[in-house]
Design a protein around this ligand. Structure first.
Ligand SMILES: *Cc1c(COP(=O)(O)O)cnc(C)c1O
Length: 440
């Protein structure tokens, strides 16, 4: 049997060449290793992160930017040769990606940034960016005939896995810390996941999930640990490059922006954004790498701190940000996240929680995008970078909204204020009018 299919019982995509450890440089054939390189302790998040490498020459003979643009399928399936799947039919039957790149004319006026764009990934099936990764997790688990896909998460990653698994008929077990918000647990249960509420922290849930997967042969989707999640997440960059070219009537079929802003918790998304643009550069489909800006809360600054101090691995912090999707003590994908910022001349940007919540309003009122706090954080980071002078007014800037505002209505209510309570009479409406309460 081919080495690729020997160990995990399925044939790897012919375009996947190797997995390379980003810590020690060791290369592995795709079937020879599963999640992380054993060069590190594998405790906490100090593991050898793997990067998937492709045969780009073969890919370039199979797809071209022109063909991608004309593909009737606007989901991530159209990028299949660049993904660790054997074909687009192996993805769950629930289209992911293909989210709009919005030109936000009123937000451009408001910010004084005439080339600002919002990539609204809150419009994925489970309402967050995480669907891009979970689609790959379910596809690979099914190709390997795994009985269960498991993950540790309290939030969007688990909801995304639950949704994609429901579409594909794949069973899931999700480890959450017992303190997880009931609304998020509800979303998992509704999609049919088995939810294990661990009497402990997120870290305890994470370690237990890892052990259970090893013991019972379940497929582990956990962020940072599973190297293929980056591969799903990178599709956002392909879409941005295609949409930017199309919407600016560029001559080439793909165009890179000057800067991209995205919020950062574990660091998997920004690592994916970086990988996507690197792929396009290697293929010669774009001509430069955008600067990548990772936005963190002052109350969850582990990666920002590591970037400032030049550390390879961040010191854990005690996170307590209101933006729960980026509240992380020990980031699980630090190597890819730090590379994304360091290798592109970008920066990590810190914003206060207050600025994050306040950013929800202009995004919605001028951009018509309703973001959850972690999504709005990216926009708050852009405003901060404008003040710092790290972006210039005429640059082409993309802000990624990573999650829908409906994920956390309580945060939205905090900044949006309350409704006017009135009696069901016209007089009551007139009264409000006369008080000036209806002029905004
Ligand atoms: C997960 C998530 C993030 C952060 O992504 P990381 O990969 O953890 O850095 C940001 N915003 C939302 C809405 C998320 O769900």
């Amino acid at each position: 049997m081919d080495q690729r299919s020997a160990r995990f019982g399925f044939v790897e995509s012919r375009f996947v060449k190797t997995l390379r450890c980003l810590r020690c440089g060791q290369q592995y054939a795709p079937g020879a290793i599963e999640y992380v390189c054993p060069c590190r302790s594998n405790r906490g998040s100090d593991w050898g992160t793997l990067d998937v490498e492709y045969d780009y020459a073969a890919i370039a003979q199979t797809i071209t930017p022109e063909r991608l643009r004309l593909d009737a399928d606007t989901s991530i399936g159209r990028f299949w040769p660049l993904l660790p799947i054997s074909g687009r039919q192996s993805l769950p039957p629930l289209p992911v990606g293909g989210t709009p790149l919005l030109s936000v004319p009123r937000l451009r006026l408001e910010t004084g940034l005439p080339n600002l764009w919002i990539k609204d990934d809150g419009r994925n099936p489970s309402a967050s960016f995480k669907d891009r990764a979970s689609a790959i997790a379910v596809a690979r688990a099914q190709a390997e005939s795994r009985p269960i896909v498991a993950t540790a998460s309290t939030g969007n990653a688990a909801a995304a896995l639950a949704a994609l698994a429901a579409a594909a008929g794949q069973r899931t077990v999700i480890f959450v810390p017992r303190s997880a918000p009931p609304a998020k647990i509800a979303q998992l249960l509704v999609y049919g996941s088995i939810v294990l509420a661990v009497n402990g922290s997120y870290d305890d849930a994470f370690d237990l999930c890892t052990e259970a997967c090893l013991e019972f042969g379940w497929y582990n989707r956990s962020t940072g640990y599973n190297p293929y999640m980056t591969e799903g997440k990178k599709t956002v960059s392909y879409e941005i490059a295609l949409q930017l070219a199309e919407q600016t009537e560029a001559k080439a079929p793909m165009k890179a922006p000057d800067a991209v802003f995205v919020s950062v918790g574990d660091g998997c998304i920004i690592g994916g954004v970086h990988k996507g643009f690197k792929d396009l550069l290697t293929l010669g489909w774009i001509d430069r790498m955008p600067r990548l800006f990772g936005v963190q809360s002052t109350r969850s600054p582990a990666l920002y701190n590591a970037w400032r101090s030049g550390a390879e691995i961040p010191e854990p912090v005690r996170s307590a940000t209101r933006a729960d999707s980026i509240s992380v003590d020990a980031p699980r994908d630090p190597v890819k996240a730090l590379n994304a910022v360091r290798q592109t001349g970008g920066a990590f940007v810190l914003v206060e929680d207050e600025a994050i919540l306040q950013a929800i309003l202009p995004l919605a009122q001028f951009g018509a995008v309703f973001a959850e706090p972690a999504g709005a954080a990216a926009y708050a980071g852009l405003l901060q970078a404008c003040r710092d002078g790290s972006v210039h007014k005429d640059e082409t800037i993309v802000v990624i909204n990573t999650g829908s505002g409906l994920k956390d209505v309580r945060a939205a209510m905090e900044v949006a204020g309350a409704a006017h309570a009135i009696e069901p009479s016209l007089a009551a409406v007139r009264n409000l009018l006369e008080q000036g309460a209806l002029s905004t």
